[in-house]
Design a protein around this ligand. Sequence first.
Ligand code: NAD
Length: 275
Amino acid sequence: MRKKVFVLGLGLIGASLCKAIKNPSIELYGWDYSEETREIARKVGLVDHIASIKRASEMDIIILAVPILSTLHYLHELARLPLKKSVIVTDTGSTKHEVMKLAKTLPFTFIGGHPMAGSHKSGVKAGNPNLFEEAYYILTPTEGTNVEPLMEVLQPTRAKFVVIEPDSHDEIVGVLSHLPHIVASGLVRMSDQLSDNHPRATQLAAGGFRDITRIASSDPQMWTDILLTNRSTLLDLLTGWQEEMSQIQKSLIEEDQPAIYDFFSQAKQSRDTLP
Ligand code: NAD
């Protein structure tokens, strides 16, 4: 019997997963609330069948690839459906604390997932079968859960699977992904104010500004959900960031040349040793 796999949300991550895992040994079902996305998925044969959540009770694996607050909503909905006893439900969300808190109350097996690969692009057209190749794919199972059947289905992504505690995950991605995202978006907003006074400013935006702000083009709904579900980590990190900025501001007010040099020198040393 072919395993039935259901991917809910056929945007960048969902479509990329479908493209990577679709093969004759599984029967792939997909759903997206956007009619246009469903139509594209149907046209390009992204999945074997388009099916609504009502079909969830037939599935062996259910993958939620929607913004995180929608994931929480779907988990409540799935909890009211008569799912298979052996079903494994997973998500792809960029934060894990909130979803794992809910997972403890669910009447089915849930394994948190976060493929650490992505893009500032979104939507079904951005789907890329090689997106996850060699990327870390974080799994946050509840205690005693066997992750093997899920890993088997996801194996064609050629991702590197790592099991990690949800709270450690949220702290790490808070520093490495979420705070940089807030800063990048803040810089773009500042440049908008500059453009009001200097209409040609954006034309002059050079490589450095483009590099550091590329991620600000990501989907605003996805990022709203990420911030709201990693709130306490990000509040601490924002305090740390403000202190960091106050320190460089103080050095500049005092024209403290060695301190300003150290600020950049320490950062350069760390950045140069990044693998
Ligand atoms: P996306 O915007 O490209 O795709 C989301 C898709 O879900 C869209 O097609 C949208 O129409 C659909 N959708 C939204 N709400 C829905 C609902 N209630 N029911 C059905 N469909 C719904 O976003 P994405 O980049 O694919 O992100 C999906 C998830 O993966 C998010 O939780 C995000 O945190 C996570 N993630 C994103 C990245 C990234 O770089 N983009 C990386 C890793 C993980």
